[in-house]
Design a protein around this ligand. Structure first.
Ligand code: TYD
Ligand code: MG
Length: 408
């Protein structure tokens, strides 16, 4: 037994992956002895991201072992060259036998007879589904194999006190393929995702023993590999000067990252007995409820129109702070009158038409200011908010007042 206050809690030394966005999502970099698992759909860019990171670490003089059970040395080397990260400290092992790689972690790797063995400082395993654990029967990728492979990699990383990053495939429904246990065996689980048609990729931590899980990393897949996207809000905002009816801005939270979101609604007179409602980026049930509240509490007739709502840029918003922007956007579409383009709407809308406060208003407003917005319509119930200099705060109690502030 130990007394909590007497346990030494010096923060772990971190190894930078060379990619700031990746370091941030990891909670400040890779941790020696720590194992991260990165999951994502095939073709999303897991191998690219890790080869880039491995190459950058190697370029600082730390030998990196990149083991691929999926691609040949020629394929990986070609990619490393294309990414501009081929160096003498980036060591490849292409094959499916994990034993050889684990031995190299333990004893170091001899790349030629004249120099000493290189002590590996980072191990990348691509992927846990493609390699075979010594002594374990069954094809690679079967639950037993995956569990054994992950456990061996975890043990080896701990013993050698070096960081390891494992690639994991995910199934169609978005879960890591293999045993459920996999996520419990490692210290950090990251997901790498993106919409099929877009070149943007999101990196998030879903579990992190060494940091929080609120950070979002955004990359763009380019010809020469993945590039960090600094202006995340820029992804979702058109910045068009032409005011279009049905467009309202809000600032959503993705983890702790504020992102500007453009809610767009289109309303057309319905030709059906039941008007049609579709939504993308906001749950359909929520949208239907908001339309009902708008009709009942603010007197804006919705039932004669087909309504289509979309969050621009493919963003999907879970938190209710976009309610107000959705209602205002809907009213703007139905009235066919545009809103002023430099205003955002932040509030949850209740069934009585009341506008409620949102979480972390301060950081949302800061992002709004950074993007050049000039006004924010928020709930009158927001307390202790000091608005950033450039933003005028308009407080409202209910939907009707919010529509007035929006000039509708
Ligand atoms: P990859 O890293 O192989 O994906 P994963 O390991 O997750 O399966 O990335 C595959 C896709 O990325 C492939 O379709 C080509 C594209 N790509 C680029 O657009 N630019 C690049 O520099 C690289 C290396 C890949
Ligand atoms: Mg791959």
């Amino acid at each position: 037994m130990e007394v909590v206050s007497a346990v030494s809690v010096t923060p772990p030394e971190r190894l930078s992956s060379g990619i700031t966005e990746l370091d941030r999502v990891l909670g400040g970099g890779l941790v020696p002895g720590g194992v991260a698992l990165i999951g994502g759909q095939p073709g999303i860019g897991k191998s690219t991201l890790l080869l880039q990171a491995g190459g950058l670490v190697a370029s600082t003089g730390t030998p990196v072992l990149y083991m691929s059970g999926e691609e040949s040395s020629a394929q990986v080397a070609l990619r490393a060259k294309r990414l501009g990260v081929a160096s003498e400290n980036l060591l490849l092992y292409c094959g499916s036998d994990l034993e050889d790689a684990l031995l190299a972690l333990k004893t170091g790797l001899n790349t030629d007879s004249k120099t000493d063995a290189k002590n590996i400082g980072l191990f990348i395993l691509d992927s846990v589904q493609a390699v075979r654990a010594p002594g374990e029967t069954g094809w690679p990728g079967t639950p037993n194999q995956v569990r054994a492979v992950a456990q061996l990699a975890v043990d080896a990383a701990r013993a050698a006190q070096i960081p390891a990053v494992l690639v994991g495939h995910i199934t169609k429904d978005g879960r890591l393929a293999g045993p459920m246990l996999l996520e419990h065996m490692v210290d950090t689980v990251l997901t790498f995702s993106g919409e099929g048609y877009s070149s943007y990729r999101m990196l998030r931590a879903v579990k992190n023993r060494y940091g929080n899980t609120d950070e979002l990393g955004v990359f763009e897949m380019r010809e020469d590999g993945l590039a960090a996207v600094e202006d995340k809000s820029g992804l979702y905002w058109n910045r068009s000067d032409v005011a279009v009816p049905g467009v309202a801005m809000t600032i959503a939270l993705e983890g702790s990252t504020p992102l500007v979101a453009e809610v767009q609604t289109l309303a057309t007179p319905t030709a059906f007995p039941y008007p049609k409602r579709t939504s993308r980026g906001i749950e359909l049930n929520r949208f239907q409820l908001l339309a009902a509240v708008l009709e009942k509490r603010a007197g804006i007739l919705c039932s004669a129109h087909d309504l289509y709502l979309n969050i621009a840029g493919g963003l999907s918003i879970q938190d209710p702070s976009a309610d107000l922007a959705s209602c205002v956007s809907l009213a703007s579409a139905l009235r066919d009158r545009p809103l002023r383009g430099d205003c955002c709407y932040l509030g949850e809308v209740g069934l009585a038409g009341e506008v409620r406060p949102v979480t972390r208003l301060g950081s949302r407003l800061k992002e709004a200011e950074r993007l050049g917005l000039r006004c924010a319509v928020v709930s009158a119930g927001e307390r202790g908010v000091s608005a950033p200099g450039g933003i005028k705060i308009e407080r409202v109690d209910n939907l009707g007042e919010a529509l007035k502030k929006g000039g509708l």
